[in-house]
Design a protein around this ligand. Structure first.
Ligand SMILES: Cc1ncc(COP(=O)(O)O)c(C=O)c1O
Length: 445
C-alpha cells in the first residue's frame, strides 16, 4: 500500500531544505583540511579569545559555593539565574555603553535565553503576529532567513557608514501607506553583521523617534529590537562611545539583546534580552520554559562568576587581539585587492570586513567563487582531485542583501570576510588567493 510522507507545516516545508548559506557551509565543512583550507566565512570567534582557564576556574568556584550558586546542576528558572541577571546588570552599568544605570532597571527586566541570543530572536518570531519586519540592507541573513521561513515579510532600508539611513526609512514608511499598519517590529544590529557598520548614536535616537511616532500613528507600541551582539567589540577608540537606545525611549518600545558569545565563549550559549516589564517579556519567559526550561543553569552560573570577577581584563584582551588583526588585515586588503576594491566597510568593531569589488562577481556561480573553492574544472587551478589546492571560503554578498531589495545587483560584487576565526598568516594567504581569483575572473570574460 502506498503511504504519503510525513505531512509538514508550511514552516516545516520551508525548513526541510537547508538555507543556501547552510548548504554552502556544510559542503565546505565536508573535507575541510585543517592547516590547508582557510575559512573566512564562519562567524566563529577566535579560539585564542576563549578564556579556557578562567572558565575552568569559574566552574570549580561555582560548584564549591552551593550557598550562592544553588543547585547549579539542576533545572533553572525560566527567566534565568538571579545571580546571572544581577551580574549582567552590574556589568552593563559599569560597561562602555553610555546610559545604562540602576534606574534603567526600575521599569525593565533582563531575561536569559534558552540558547544564546539566537533563541531569543527565534522566540520573538512565535510571540509577535506575522507581518512586516523592518531591518537594514545588508541584513543579518541568518535571522532574516528564519523570519521569512515563518512567513514574515522583510522590508530593508539601505545603510551607509553610519548604519540604517533614517531619511530613507521615512520615505519608505510614506510609500508603504496603509501597509504600515502591518509592521510588527524593527530589528537593527548595532554593529551590523555582515558589514560591522556601527549604528551612530544620532541615527539610533532618530530611529527611536520615528518608531515612537509610528506607534502613535498605528495606535499600538511597535517594538524595536537592537541586537548588540558585537557592541562590546568596538576596538577602535576613535569612534564615539555607544549609547544605549533606552536613553531615548519614552513609551517603552525599545528592547536590547546581548550575548556573551563574542566576549567569552559561544559554547556557553548565554544571551539576554532587556526590555520593559510587561506582557511581551512574560511571554518570552514562558517561551523559554516551553523550549527547554532555561539555559543550562551551570553555564549561567559560570557566566555570572566570570562577569563578577574577570570580565574587564577579558574584554580588553579580546579587543586588543581583534584590533591588531583589523589593522593588519585592512592593510593587506588595500595592498592585495586595492585595484579592484570599490568599498571596504568594517574594521572598527566586531571582526568582519564587508567588501564591494569594482568589477568582479562573487556569487556562488562566479569564477571568483569557483577559483577559491577549487571547482573551476581546470586541474591547473583546482589541483588534483584528491588533493586540491587550498580552498578559501567567504560569504558571498548575494546572501547578505535582501533578495528583493535594492542591493541585489551590487550584492553580486560583495563579500563578507571574517578576521575572527583564522590567524593572520592564514588570512594573508587567503587574500593572496583572492587576488589571484580576481585575475582569473578577469581572464574568463
Ligand atoms: C547579529 C548577531 N546576533 C546574534 C548572534 C548569535 O548570538 P548567540 O551566540 O548568543 O546566539 C550572532 C552571531 O554571530 C550575530 O551575528
Amino acid at each position: 500500500m502506498k503511504i504519503r510522507d510525513v505531512l509538514l507545516s508550511e514552516y516545516g516545508v520551508a525548513s526541510s531544505v537547508p538555507s543556501a548559506v547552510n548548504q554552502m557551509m556544510t559542503d565546505f565543512a565536508v573535507g575541510f583540511r585543517d592547516g590547508i583550507d582557510i575559512n573566512l566565512g564562519v562567524g566563529y570567534v577566535n579560539e585564542n579569545t576563549i578564556p579556557r582557564k578562567l572558565i575552568q576556574n569559574a566552574y570549580q568556584a561555582v560548584l564549591a559555593n552551593p550557598k550562592k550558586y544553588r543547585a547549579s546542576l539542576n533545572y533553572g528558572g525560566a527567566q534565568g539565574s538571579p545571580n546571572l541577571i544581577e551580574s549582567i546588570k552590574t556589568y552593563l552599568i559599569n560597561n562602555q555603553i553610555e546610559g545604562i544605570t540602576q534606574d534603567t532597571f526600575s521599569q525593565r527586566d533582563i531575561v536569559i535565553g534558552a540558547n544564546g541570543a539566537t533563541s531569543l530572536l527565534e522566540s520573538i518570531t512565535h510571540l509577535l503576529p506575522i507581518g512586516i519586519v523592518v531591518t537594514t540592507d545588508p541584513m543579518y541573513y541568518i535571522y532574516c532567513n528564519d523570519l521569512e521561513r515563518k512567513g514574515f515579510t522583510i522590508v530593508t532600508i539601505l545603510e551607509d557608514n553610519k548604519g540604517l539611513q533614517t531619511d530613507l526609512l521615512r520615505e519608505k514608511l510614506n510609500a508603504l501607506g496603509r501597509e504600515k499598519e502591518n509592521i510588527q517590529f524593527f530589528y537593527v544590529v548595532t554593529v551590523n553583521n555582515p558589514s560591522c557598520t556601527i549604528f551612530s548614536n544620532h541615527r539610533k535616537k532618530t530611529l527611536v523617534e520615528i518608531v515612537t511616532q509610528l506607534s502613535y500613528e498605528v495606535g499600538r507600541k511597535i517594538p524595536l529590537f537592537f541586537d548588540n551582539a558585537y557592541s562590546d567589540l568596538v576596538h577602535d577608540n576613535t569612534v564615539e562611545r555607544l549609547e544605549s537606545a533606552f536613553l531615548y525611549d519614552e513609551i517603552g518600545i525599545v528592547y536590547e539583546i546581548g550575548t556573551l558569545s563574542k566576549i567569552i565563549a559561544p559554547g556557553l550559549r548565554i544571551g539576554y534580552l532587556i526590555g520593559p516589564k510587561g506582557a511581551f517579556l512574560n511571554s518570552i519567559i514562558q517561551r523559554t520554559s516551553d523550549i527547554g526550561f532555561s539555559a543550562p543553569l551551570i553555564n549561567q552560573e559560570i557566566a555570572s562568576y566570570l562577569l563578577d570577577n574577570d570580565i574587564e581584563a577579558q574584554i580588553q584582551k579580546v579587543n586588543k587581539g581583534y584590533k591588531r588583526k583589523a589593522i593588519q588585515v585592512k592593510t593587506w586588503i588595500h595592498v592585495l585587492l586595492g585595484e579592484n576594491l570599490q568599498e571596504c566597510r568594517g574594521g572598527s568593531a566586531g571582526f568582519y570586513y564587508y567588501l564591494t569589488l569594482a568589477n568582479t562577481i562573487t556569487d556562488s556561480s562566479s569564477d571568483f567563487f569557483k577559483y577559491l573553492t577549487r571547482t573551476t574544472g581546470d586541474e591547473v587551478i583546482d589541483g588534483h582531485n584528491d588533493n586540491p589546492h587550498p580552498k578559501v571560503i567567504y560569504i558571498p554578498g548575494e546572501h547578505c542583501v535582501h533578495p528583493s531589495g535594492e542591493m541585489v545587483d551590487i550584492g553580486k560584487r560583495q563579500l563578507r570576510i571574517s578576521y575572527g576565526f583564522e590567524e593572520l598568516p592564514q588570512i594573508h594567504a587567503a587574500l593572496k588567493h583572492m587576488k589571484d581569483a580576481i585575475t582569473y575572473s578577469c581572464e574568463q570574460i
